[in-house]
Design a binder for this molecule. Sequence first.
Ligand SMILES: [Cu+2]
Length: 299
Amino acid sequence: MLALVLVVAACGQSEEAADTPRTSAATPSATEPEPAPAPLPTPVQELEINSTEYAFQITPDPAAGVKPGWTLLKFHNIGAEPHQVMFARIKDGVDMAELAAAGAGDSSGAGAIEFVDMIGGVSYIGPGQDTTALVNLTEGVVMAMCYVPDSKGVAHALMGMTAMLTVGAPSGDTAPPGDEPVVGTIEFSEDGYRVPGDLTTGWYHVRNTDSALHEMALLRLDRSIDDEEAATIVGQLAANEVPDVELTAVGGMGAVSSGFDGYLYLALDEGAYLAVDFMPDPGEPRPHMLDGYYTTFST
Ligand SMILES: [Cu+2]
């Protein structure tokens, strides 16, 4: 109960307060530049992923083998509905039939979460949009999935929008740091999203330091909204209803489990944004955003 109260309290904070870590003494203030994050790891491969209703087209064909390591994703929505690609690494020793049974008919994904580690990907984007991210694929079986619901609330994954990748054994080489800079860090903290005040275009390191899994779907709004409107719109999004404000899904970070990280490329136009978490807890379909895991910010 205490945790719930804390999360709800966090959602009412102003932008400045939400961005201020609780251990503020140990962290530079917003006016001092933070030390530059380590550069982007050099990707071991690139996957181009086109999404349609309801399938992924992945190039090169993953049947030819997928290398372990940081993988550059170029995700294009060439369909007519919003789509995402999230990667779930199936935990070692999981019985595939048991996993299939747990996921069957469950559009929230909550039933299958305990069998997988969510390792990132890109949150949903509308038709004609593109987005770029870096995901660390580890040896084993990784499912690519789209859990965006259709108009009836059925997740695209349940209509076949999944792909299974068999990620090969590590070669022993470690990815050297590249020369691409990382311009900032976005944290999924126990108190909510921690987003830099200045979201310049570039790569962001996204880390989940909370004990629950989270995603960050980024929605551009056609106007600024106050806290009350934000709460209303979050409720509408969670219910798969048309929200009161016109919004454009511009991508964001697909779900990452506790302790995992990834990289997201952001090139945001000036304006007002809402970031929300559609992910549920294991066995509980209620999306985290209904418990306050969302924030508004402007660029
Ligand atoms: Cu989809």
